[in-house]
Structures are given as C-alpha cells and as structure tokens.
Design a protein around this ligand. Sequence first.
Ligand code: SF4
Length: 293
Amino acid sequence: MFEILRKSLATGIVTKPFPLGPDSPGSSFGRGRPQMDFANWKDARPGAEACPTGALAVTESQGRRTVTLDLGKCTFCGLCAEADSSITMTRICELAARRRQDLITTAVYELNPGGTQNRLLELTPDVGALVTLGPKTEAPCAELRSAIHRVLRRSLHIRHVDAGSCNGCEVEIVGLNSPVYDIERFGIHFVASPRHADMLLVTGPVSRNMELALRKTYEATPEPRLVVAVGACGCSGGIFGENYATVGSVDKVIPVDVYVPGCPPNPQALLRGILTAIGKIPDRPPVSRRDSR
Ligand code: SF4
C-alpha cells in the first residue's frame, strides 16, 4: 500500500496538457500522414503503385495526370514513402474533418513526353482544409465543460459501437480513459446504452451483419446526436473496402458528423475528433422541464 502511494507520488501528474497547450504524440507513436511536395513532385506513379488501399491514386487523360491523396483511406503504412523518396511520413495525426471531401487532396499536372510531371496546374485543398480546433474547442477544460453543459444540459455521453473493427481502434479508444488522456476531465463519459448517449463513436468497416444493428443503435440515440466515424475503416472502409462481408464506410449506413482518419487513430487524434464534433452541435433554446431528458 505504502509502496503504491510512494510510486504514485514519485510519478507525479502524467495527464497530457492537450488540447490546452501544444502537444506531440508520444515517442512510441509510429507514423502520421504522408506528406508530398505537390508543387515540385516529379512522378506520383511509384507511390500510387505501392499504395495498398488506393489512398494515393493517379489517372491520366489528354497529357494530364490527376493525383489524389485520400487521407480517409490512408493507413499510414509508409509504403508510398518507401517507393518514392520525395514522399515523407510525418508525425501529424490530428486530422479530424467535418466533411469527407476535406480529407481528399487533388493535384493536376501537365506531363512531360516521358510521363514525368512537368508542372502543377491545380491543387485543391491541402491540409489547410482540415479542421483545426476552433475557438470553442481551444477553450480550457472548464470552458469546454460549460460549452457541453450549455448545449446538452449535462455531460457528453459517448456510446462506442464496434461495427466490424479489427479492434486496433478499440485499443486506442481505451487510452482515452487512461490517466494520460483522461477524457473525463472534460465531462465526457462512455456509457453502455445508446439511449443514454449523445454521441456514437463508430469503428470498423461496417460488416453486413452489423449494418442493421448500427442503424437501430443510431435510431435509439436521442437527438441531438452526433456520430464520429473512427479510423480508415470507419471513414472509407479502409483496407477492406466494400465486399461480400462489409458495407464499407459508416456514412453508407448512418449520417456522420466528423471523420477521424488513421489506422488506428491514436487517443490524441480521437480526442481532437470528439472535441471537433462538440463544436458542431448547434446551440439549442433552453428546454422546459417536460422536454428535458
Ligand atoms: S501511407 Fe500507405 S495507405 Fe497511405 S498513401 Fe502511402 S502507401 Fe497509401
């Protein structure tokens, strides 16, 4: 007992300051998103050929090459960077987006006769389009808690739904309740029933066996309800895509408010996505005693 107390006091506070201050993923964090210098990129073909998910793809027509980087499909595997030295893997993991199309960057190039890229003609949007924490979510914990209370009249309750995940995302979700991320300091709690939830945190490429269950879970969640699609599978179907066993992305079954890319997204990326979603709940007028839940 005294030994445990001694260790606890010696360890001190381990909770990360995120999102109150700048933070970087821990040293054990592997890779974040790939980064390309679109303006000076000479040949996107080797990276696209190596990409197992189609996140990096090229199409050609009339002397032009269109290169698409879809972070919603990207598993951060790094194979494109191994095939093309001009691609680098970063440690950028906070990539939550409110719209699916904000995860997609498209570059159009004029081609040289040999097939390499001569010059960039168009670039639609790069990381600038990705959601950054707005004024509401940059607020200190107490303000965040009061924002949640103002909108929901109580704490934010999350029901996690595994719609066919490999459980990689689940391991990271468990990290949210650890002392390091301590999601409860924001007044955010995980609950066992969708009837008690304000938000569904959905993982996995929705398996056909889980499609109806996910739809029913959504319908059982009282309004205003939010849905956060977690990981490459939740955003796009990931490596599984759409097949005899899986429907694909979560938004093929229920409306999604925020997409959190990654394979799996680490707790920091998940927290960013959840806080981004809270900023999306519209303020509602005061509720009467009869209306309140
Ligand atoms: S990191 Fe992997 S999944 Fe992502 S674009 Fe590169 S090869 Fe494709």
